[in-house]
Design a protein around this ligand. Sequence first.
Ligand code: ADP
Length: 482
Amino acid sequence: MSALTALSIASEIFPLIKTGGLADVTGALPTALKPHGIAMRTLVPGYPAVLGGIENPQQVHSFADFFGGSARLLAARCDELELLVLDAPHLYVRPGNPYVGPDGKDWPDNALRFAALAQAGAAIGQGLLLGYAPDILHAHDWQTGLVPAYLAYSGRPAPKCVFTIHNLAYQGQFPYELLTRIGLPERAFSLDGVEYYGGIGYLKAGLQLADRITTVSPTYALEIQGPDAGMGLEGLLRLRADRLSGILNGIDTRVWDPTADELIPATYDIETIGARARNKQALQSRFGLRNAPDALLYGVISRLSWQKGLDMLLDVLPGMLAEGAQLALLGAGDTPLEQGFRAAALKYPGQVGAVIGYDEALAHQIQAGADALLVPSRFEPCGLTQLCALRYGAVPVVARVGGLADTVVDANEMAIATGVATGVQFSPVTAQMLAKALTKTAALHADHAAWRNLQINGMTTDVSWKNPAQHYARLYRELIDA
Ligand code: ADP
């Protein structure tokens, strides 16, 4: 196995900066690839959280004027991660999250902020900035979609570039007038370049120009070639279908480990799964729920957006509660959904609890204490919470879409008979079918032996990065050998 170097370019990385699953993936992949002889570094923007969290930063390059201000590249570490940080304070040192300001609106210069990241990544990849030229570039989502564009229009030799779609819903579309400011030539503005509906499409550029496209589950890879999930890009994805594949995400099984999790009241494994009862009790207290050991306690850990289908949960809530279930929801996002769950908690005290916000520790406590984890997404590229749920013995109840379809084995008659069921799936994704799934889940939960089987099957499912890393390693090597 020959050694290989790769540069991952991403707008988020766990544990430094995270708004969603993208950060989990970019944070886990480098460690997972090591046993395959792949040394991966990651280029990330120098947000305050990144600059404050890195160890031993060393300046390795400086730019007098980079997208309107001075900038430098820092080589640094964070635990096992080898980072390159694009320290450009005029672009990245701001309050709020990576994409939106405190007013909840996108930063008006996002086009420049992420063009800068992509351009720096491409230049490093081509060996132009550091004494380092990786064999492979791996870019993620629209924020780095221009990486293969900068490579393609540079007129210089370039390494092979993999582009991964974590979510096709965010496309990064900007006006044509920015073309010169982001440093792309006029000829890049073409149908087979960065042009997209009369503007510049960052995600489109990635899909059009990368050597290989991956997305985060086989089912999502198929779904996005059709009109429902394709979000306008299905034609292009069909054209490039021979370059497109789905590789499931894993989770960091050291961060998510019920046998050693310091964030939960009681650790446990399959043998000591009874200890979950203590976590359930603590969770009920934390969410102001009635202390009822036998009530079916659903957990939700989610961004509150249309994608996640939680408006349907609000619709079916009265029926679910009438069946005696409880809900502990942790989430933040769209105001109407935040208000809806806050109101539900007031209306159904003791049965519904909602924490509006982002809380990593509480996410662990929900996984360790809830009986079931609900993920009724309208679409879901991979989904990570259901993988954590499997590992923690919280039975996932999920919409049959994308990665949810690929990672949860529905408790249908056949799966139960053969002892492979791990959760409950429903389809089509409607409030009516969600309600049915909740009734089915209640029946399964009432049968202690059946429920325990679901939990144990889930806990023995391999949700680690082992298999996914193998797939990425194979993909990189195929590309290099091509
Ligand atoms: P997405 O990337 O679409 O948000 P995923 O399921 O792929 O959805 O990843 C979500 C990740 O973010 C999971 O690791 C989940 O635990 C975490 N997460 C989501 N919302 C919250 C929250 N409010 N508090 C803590 N963690 C959250």
